[in-house]
Write a protein that binds this ligand. Sequence first.
Ligand code: FES
Length: 87
Amino acid sequence: MKIHVEICAGTYCAMMGALNLGMMLEDVAKEMEDEISIEYVKCFDHCNEEDPPMVKVNGKPIYSASAEKVFEVIMDLIKKERDVVKE
Ligand code: FES
């Protein structure tokens, strides 16, 4: 299963660091391109409801997204996938 990361590139999220976060995630994704894909989206339309920046990992929203939060979710998914393969 490939992990799909969507990064909000809307104005509000961009002002709150989404693009810097995206660059960090792209660096990691280059090393793991078989496992991670990155996409920028215009806006998730959650600007007024939750804290930016917003990222989705396989559809799961992460608010106040930081590299640490996003990597934690990605590593959990990779670990679960590898555990399933071992079984
Ligand atoms: S700008 Fe990011 S959810 Fe709208």
